[in-house]
Design a protein. Structure first.
Lengths: 817, 419, 172
């Protein structure tokens, strides 16, 4: 329902805004700056800093008639004696706001003076210096001289680690509570608060460990001073010294828009390096936020362990070689293999890389497969979300079902946005075998035993808890279903996907704008692979036997050492990678690829949004982009593929795949004005977040669904009395190749661990905190035992990518070490 | 004249339930619950002209009438966070005439349809809270609280709640925040408590003394009450008299009593019979009244005190004689407000801290003239910018003190202190 | 009379010659002799130290920001009381000036919040290749005053917390 419009005049400009809009926002919409410190457009106003003082005049209402008094044909306006805060005052009809009067300006000047009395003025050594709202607003509104004696300043600790990622400078803090409110209102991890009162007011953390939130670094963006800074960027560079390039985060399927800040660094032998990653506004994807993993897990791109030159194996000997030699050898083997080859692609690859790999497999008659532990993706290409779906606008009328996914760990920004959608009135339903963080905000929770995922969704009405949920789903105007792979392997998740797609179909939501199925993929571009027709294979070992195997951007042997034997039985192995992995060690030819930071390309997010990323750094060593490597290989094997320009490949993708129709790099780079305005000029308003000038991306079109194909039901694994079933789960900070090089995150990654219910721990005679021996597929591993009442009985939660191969639920044995 | 609020001064042991009841106690509550509609109760209070005794003087009946009837439940909260320096009336009432206060709370709760009422006491009043808890228990045992009151369906419970000892929690929205278990910091207003109060529900917040007036209004009638005091300020008021007087203490007097009567007739005059130099009529948050004969003869009611450039507030009259330096007085008030500022809004948090430092420099003899000017300028700079009224209060004594007593801010007078 | 005219001219010329011969010479025998520079002379940069030997430079890179020729490169790192280069949290771990780029405008001096970088008296800059034109911190920083330790120093904890000292109005 559109809100009633209210007209008012701000500094001589007429504005019409919806009723309830605050003066500060109304002014911003017509380009008038009203300075603020504590106000933030994403949060409720608090009126603490008093910076946004304006004169407000309202029409005089005649007491008798209740009508505005007219004077000279115009309503008579009466201005209040006091200045009012624009951030807490909603607009009203015929209001007149004056922000440029002497009185208002003096008021602001005086507030700045007050704020600076307790500020250390150490801008030269402050990481915020150069992009600091206090600095900017002092220049714009403050006095050039201080009447406050420096010796009277209160001296406080300047280096207080709130957690190991965020540091607090107590002197610089101006007590605006933006960080506290962000954690409480937006994230729901209320781990910060004020301590003491008056001038002694401090920010403290109440969590153990400190500042225990995966969104903590956003507070440094919205902090209007340099009080909160990241440990990663501490004294890294001055903001103006860095170049920036637009990019997309590759750690999960959300596809957060980022800006990479780069600078030449003496410490890194004079190379260009990423100094920090900042969120880039995209109100459809990540708004203005970024999770800590996305911000801090970037060090892999500059890791000296990267592969710099191609490697070629002769017998046992592995030597560095020229590209020519490596490609010739690989191409010769490819030709010799005829159609007996398989291309195995990881979901980390860009759309352009995947297109070329698929084209190579199709052109030469081989097979192309997606390396993943999560199935059912083709259903998202048929019943996925399209143009009109935006978590940021969902509210009453929308139901969101999250099945078998721990979004906080798997796709943090979706967690954040779904939590807020629920706060706006969307009905959130969680189906899971264990309690996850999002459950606090759910209207209905459906609990099932591991193994019953698909069945639970299919027969939701049958359970009591499910019935209410099913009604909420059926009656919803829009229905968005997210499914994940918490405790599921390839078959189980495919089966769950089918059940979820069936649910959309049954409730009449399939193919409807505003509704659809979303896969919570393990990688950034799994969706892109599914869109291009990649399918996972069930039995990799069988596929490898006697074939040429061309692996790009995945490490199957590292994930499952049992595949090593299978790979040894392959006739030839070509691996395209960033790092030496267990898989590259078994390769005949290793081709060094460029990281996404060094090249152009595009990713397709889980919400089917295609977004461009741009090169930020020069290529590492002799590395080449994946699409280019594939094209060179294809050319030597007699197949012409585009290998020089990612842009041209995108054009080809657009003409080949119906869902990509009409897409081009130019379209992906289109931007529109987004609300709230953030970026350089408006730094005080939205924070130091980058404005989006390089492209908002475009949603893929929805294919005509027709009837959704079914899969055969899978037998779910059940533990017997004496056994223990290991359940693969996702942990945000894992030992993945793109995470581990960021040493800053190591305390959060920790050791390989297994989580058990207290009863289960007693049954297997292991104690909380102790080390136990865990045997899976005949190999024993040392793991730390964690005991948690929330873990279902008779299962062991085993995080993926933590050094223990686990992709699907498997029976394990466990004993005290 | 017999006391209306401080009835314990006339009737011994009125803090015992049977004594209070023997003297007509809870008749008003019974009459109200059994025979009056809630709206009619509010009308009576409106008609009595009763105004809030906490300091702002807002008409009590009007406040009750503002309660949002579309949002339920309703709450009643008694503000017993008596923290203003120079105010000590609520404590005396609660300790000695507790039932009259609690009866007032109960009548108010009935008037607004509340089934739970709270008494919010400052942390230092833990003994008073324990005492009140016992009195509430007495009432429950006697069937004056709980379910099915006087055979009707009306039920009411009263609870005490202890704060942690913060001046700011006397501000009604900060009080509500504190009761909800949050930091005691004022909320943005509007919305006001009658529409968005405790836990977001409509809430009446009144001062202890305000509530204590209510039973008498019902037992003796609104007209009787209105006839007391002045046209603008109806009824009686407990004046807390302190400072350089011979007999400091609480004095229950009708509004309109002059300063001279209070200080000389009731307070016994000034110690050593020195002349009155200044009066702070509302505790530490007052403008300092420069006293001359005209000021002394000014009647104490809300409107007349305003003609002296000050407010009556909670009527905590601090008398200052010519042995006391005004500079010393404001150093004390600023120190108090610096300590009590909650830190939520910039001007109060930073301004008080700054003023304290300026005063310290001044007292160390550092450029007194320039520092006085700076102090005045900082205080004026705080005015009209703070989030709540307490930030403004902090500047009252400073601005009025410097402007009205410039002679106390010279190099030679600094460090004069007090006798 | 015409006969004498050249002689007169000759005498006048020689007169000038003899006069100059008797005057003090204006040239100096550089490099054996060096003329003192003017007080405001802008020569090669020097990074100053405090009397206790700590570096004045805090690595803020404002000089680099002010530099119109982009001749200065600064990278900073964090001080601890055990390994202290400068007062406060931050010091310059890398400080380089490319003397080929520098135009000796002195903006860096103006920008410096601690008066750490000062254009000194040295004008004898010569190098035989471009790399040598980049003067690193080791070349720019003045030696520690007598009786003080070179940086980094180990200092008592909590003594040097302030990066930017209280500044007076600049004087010549």
């Amino acid at each position: 329902m559109p809100k009633q419009l209210v007209s008012l005049i701000i500094d001589g400009q007429s504005v019409s805004v919806p009723a309830g809009t605050l003066i500060v926002d109304a002014a911003k919409q017509v380009g008038i700056d009203i300075p603020v410190f504590c106000y933030h457009p994403k949060m409720e106003p608090v009126g603490m800093c008093r910076m946004c003082l304006v004169e407000v005049g309202r029409p005089v209402i005649d007491r008798v008639s209740g009508q505005p008094v007219i004077e000279g044909g115009k309503p008579k306006i009466q201005f209040g004696a006091k200045l009012e805060t624009a951030c807490t005052t909603p607009v009203s009809e015929d209001m007149q706001v004056v922000g440029m009067s002497e009185k208002a300006r003096t008021g602001r000047k005086e507030i700045v003076e007050f704020l600076l009395t307790s500020h250390p003025l150490d801008c030269p050594v402050c990481d915020k210096g150069g992009e600091c709202p206090l600095q900017n607003l002092t220049m714009a509104h403050g006095s050039s001289e201080s009447r406050f004696k420096f010796d009277d300043k209160q001296h406080q600790k300047k280096h207080v680690p709130l957690g190991d990622l965020i540091w607090l400078d107590r002197e610089r803090c101006i007590q605006c509570a933006r960080c506290i409110r962000f954690q409480g209102e937006i994230v729901g991890d209320a781990v910060l608060d004020f301590f003491r009162r008056g001038r002694a007011t401090d920010i403290v953390t109440y969590s153990e460990p400190g500042f225990d939130s995966i969104f903590s670094s956003n507070t440094t963006d919205i902090c209007p001073v340099g009080a909160l800074t990241t440990a990663d960027f501490r004294f890294g560079a001055r903001p103006w010294e860095m170049n920036s390039a637009a990019s997309i985060c590759t750690h999960c399927p959300v596809g957060c828009n980022t800006t990479l800040n780069i600078r030449r660094e003496a410490r890194s032998d004079g190379n260009m390096v990423i100094k920090r990653i900042m969120p880039r506004q995209n109100e459809q994807v990540n708004e203005i936020w970024l999770c800590d993993k996305g911000r801090f897990a970037h060090h892999f791109s500059a890791s000296p362990d990267r592969l710099a030159k191609p490697l070629v194996r002769t017998g046992e000997l592995v030597t560095e070689s020229s590209w020519e030699e490596a490609l010739n050898l690989a191409a010769r083997s490819l030709v010799e293999a005829k159609q007996d080859f398989i291309v195995l692609a990881g979901g980390r690859l860009a759309n352009e890389d995947l297109f070329n790999l698929k084209a190579l497999a199709d052109g030469l008659g081989g097979k192309a497969a997606l390396y993943t532990h999560m199935g059912g993706g083709y259903l998202t290409t048929l019943a996925g979300v399209s143009m009109d779906t935006n978590f940021g606008e969902m509210g009453a009328g929308t139901s969101i079902l999250v099945a078998a996914s721990d979004l906080y760990n798997e796709a943090p920004l979706w967690y954040l946005r779904i939590k807020q959608a629920a706060a706006r009135g969307a009905t959130l339903i969680l189906a899971g075998a264990r309690e996850t963080k999002l459950e606090k905000y759910a209207a209905h929770v459906i609990r099932y035993a591991y193994g019953d995922e698909a069945q639970t969704i299919k027969s939701m009405q049958k359970s009591k808890a499910g019935q209410a949920a099913a009604e909420a789903l059926a009656s919803a105007q829009n229905l968005v279903v997210l499914y994940g792979s918490d405790g599921l392997g390839l078959e189980g998740s495919a089966s769950l996907a089918e059940a979820c797609a069936g649910l959309l179909d049954m409730t009449g939501h399939a193919g409807k704008p505003g509704s659809g199925l979303i896969g919570v993929w393990p990688h950034a571009n799994d969706q892109g692979a599914w869109e291009m027709g990649f399918q996972p294979v069930a039995d990799l070992a069988a596929e490898f036997k006697n074939k040429l195997v061309y692996i790009a951007a995945c490490d199957p042997v590292g994930d499952d050492p049992a595949l090593a034997e299978a790979l040894k039985s392959a006739r030839f192995v070509i691996v395209q990678e960033l790092f030496q992995t267990e898989t590259t060690r078994l390769a005949n030819v290793v081709l060094p690829a460029q990281a996404f930071t060094e090249r152009e390309g595009s990713f397709t997010s889980g919400e089917r949004r295609v977004q461009r990323f741009y090169p930020a750094l020069p290529a590492f060593g002799e590395t080449r982009p994946d699409f280019s490597i594939t094209a060179s290989l294809a050319q030597k094997a007699g197949l012409e593929l585009e290998g020089t320009s990612a842009l041209l490949i995108m054009n080809k993708i657009a003409s080949k795949y119906k869902s990509f129709e009409g897409l081009s790099y130019a379209r992906l780079a289109e931007v529109r004005e987004q609300w709230p305005l953030v970026g350089r000029g408006d730094i005080y308003y939205g924070g130091a977040i980058y404005a989006n000038t390089q492209g908002l991306g475009t949603r893929l079109a929805l294919l005509e669904a027709g009837s959704l194909p079914g899969t055969k039901p899978v037998e779910s694994k059940r533990p017997s009395e004496s056994e223990l079933l290991a359940i693969p789960v996702c942990k945000i900070y894992d030992r993945g190749v793109t995470v581990l090089p960021s040493t800053l995150l190591h305390p959060h990654i920790g050791d390989a661990s297994v989580s058990l219910h207290p009863d289960t721990a007693v049954r297997f005679k292991v104690q909380a905190g102790s080390t136990a021996q865990l045997t899976v597929n005949g190999t024993a591993y040392q793991v730390k035992v964690l005991v948690d009442e929330k873990v279902p009985a008779s299962v062991a939660l085993l995080p993926r990518s933590m050094g223990i191969p686990i992709n699907t639920p498997a029976t394990i044995s466990l004993k005290a070490a | 004249m017999a006391h209306i609020l401080l009835r314990h001064r006339d009737i011994p042991d009125i803090n015992k339930l049977e004594v209070y009841r023997k003297n007509g106690g809870f008749e008003a509550f019974k009459q109200v619950v059994t025979s009056m509609k809630p709206e009619a109760v509010t009308e009576v209070v409106k008609a009595s002209g009763l105004r809030g005794r906490g300091g702002a003087g807002f008409p009590t009946g009007l406040k009750w009438a503002f309660m949002d009837n579309k949002n339920w439940p309703h709450y009643v909260v008694a503000n017993a966070d008596e923290s203003e320096p120079g105010t000590f009336k609520d404590r005396e009432i609660m300790e000695n005439n507790p039932f009259q206060f609690l009866e007032g709370v109960a009548i108010s709760a009935y008037a607004v349809g509340a089934h739970a009422a709270y008494v919010y006491l400052r942390g230092e009043f833990w003994q008073v809270a324990a005492f009140l808890d016992e009195r509430i228990e007495d009432m429950e045992k006697a069937g004056l609280l709980g379910g099915k009151l006087f055979g009707t369906d009306y039920e009411l419970k009263i609870y005490t709640h202890l704060g942690a000892g913060a001046y700011i929690c006397g501000e009604e929205t900060a009080l509500l925040e504190s009761m909800e278990g949050k930091r005691g910091q004022p909320r943005l207003r509007p919305p006001f408590p009658p529409s968005f109060g405790l836990y977001g529900k409509p809430t009446v917040v009144n001062n202890v003394e305000t509530f204590t007036n209510i039973p008498m209004i019902f037992s003796k009638g609104a007209d009787w009450y209105k006839a007391l005091g002045t046209a603008d300020s109806a009824g009686v008021k407990v004046f807390s008299l302190s400072g350089r007087v011979k007999k400091p203490g609480n004095y229950e007097l009708p509004f309109g009593t002059t300063f001279r009567q209070l200080v000389y007739e009731h307070g016994g005059g000034i110690i050593n019979d020195r002349p009155v130099k200044a009066i702070m009529a509302a505790g530490a948050s007052s403008s300092i009244i420069k006293v001359d004969d005209k000021a002394l003869d000014t009647p104490m009611d809300y409107a007349s005190v305003r003609t002296l450039g000050a407010d009556l507030g909670s009527a905590s009259v601090i008398v200052i004689d010519d042995t006391v330096s005004i500079e010393w007085v404001i150093s004390k008030t600023v120190e108090f407000f610096k300590h009590e500022s909650c830190g939520k809004c910039t001007p109060c948090r930073e301004g008080n801290y700054w003023m304290m430092h300026v005063i310290e420099r001044m007292e160390a003899g550092e450029d007194v003239e320039a520092n006085t000017e700076l102090l005045l300028s900082v205080a004026k700079q705080m005015q009209n910018k703070c989030l709540c009224a307490l930030g403004e209060f902090a500047t009252m004594a400073v601005v009025s003190g410097i402007e009205r007593f410039p002679d106390d801010f010279t190099t030679s007078s600094i460090g004069g202190g007090h006798a | 009379m015409r006969v004498f005219e050249p002689l007169i001219e000759l005498a006048r010329g020689l007169g000038t010659t003899f006069k100059i011969m008797l005057e003090k010479p204006v040239t100096v025998q550089y490099p054996e002799q060096k003329k003192p520079v003017k007080p405001r002379f802008r020569g090669r940069h020097v990074l100053k130290r405090y009397d206790n030997g700590l570096e004045k430079c805090i690595g803020c890179a404002l000089c680099a920001a002010a530099c119109p020729a982009d001749a200065i490169f600064v990278e900073s790192a964090e001080n601890t009381d055990d390994v202290r280069f400068s007062p406060g949290d931050r010091y310059a771990s890398t400080y380089e000036i490319n003397m080929l780029r520098c135009i000796f405008c002195g903006f860096c001096e103006d920008a410096c919040p601690t008066e750490a970088v000062v254009l000194g008296d040295n004008y004898e800059l010569s190098f035989t290749n471009r790399r040598d034109a980049i003067y690193p911190k080791e070349m720019l920083i003045e030696p520690a005053p007598a009786g003080t330790l070179p940086t980094p120093q180990k200092v008592p904890p909590g003594l040097y917390t302030r990066s930017v000292p209280e500044m007076k109005d600049p004087q010549d």
